[in-house]
Design a binder for this molecule. Sequence first.
Ligand SMILES: [Zn+2]
Ligand SMILES: [Zn+2]
Length: 125
Amino acid sequence: MSKRYYCDYCEKTMVSSPSIIKTHVKGVVHQKLVSAHYQHFKDPETILKEESCKKPCTRFPRGECNFGGICRFSHYTPEQINALRDYVASKYNNLNEASQPSFQDLYQRLQGNLHESCKKCPTRG
Ligand SMILES: [Zn+2]
Ligand SMILES: [Zn+2]
């Protein structure tokens, strides 16, 4: 009767009915969180491939884009794309593991940049 469905991504419980879950999973908020979640597990090559074939989002720099990770336009700046390209290239050209910048560092840097250009981000300031 009172079975509840818990969405790990949204950290929300809801009535465990197929139609309610289906609607929830299709919702923009959920999709955004799922995409943000998987972005962490994507390798830089995948991100580079995806982002370099997207047109830049014109709304995101003004903080007006509500699509987040599911936007069909890129939220990466040309500098960030270049940083990714350099990273991917260095991965192939430089086989000395020790001198590799860790992707985690790069990712943090990119996220930092993204947050700085996101005027609405609550973690800012
Ligand atoms: Zn959800
Ligand atoms: Zn966008």
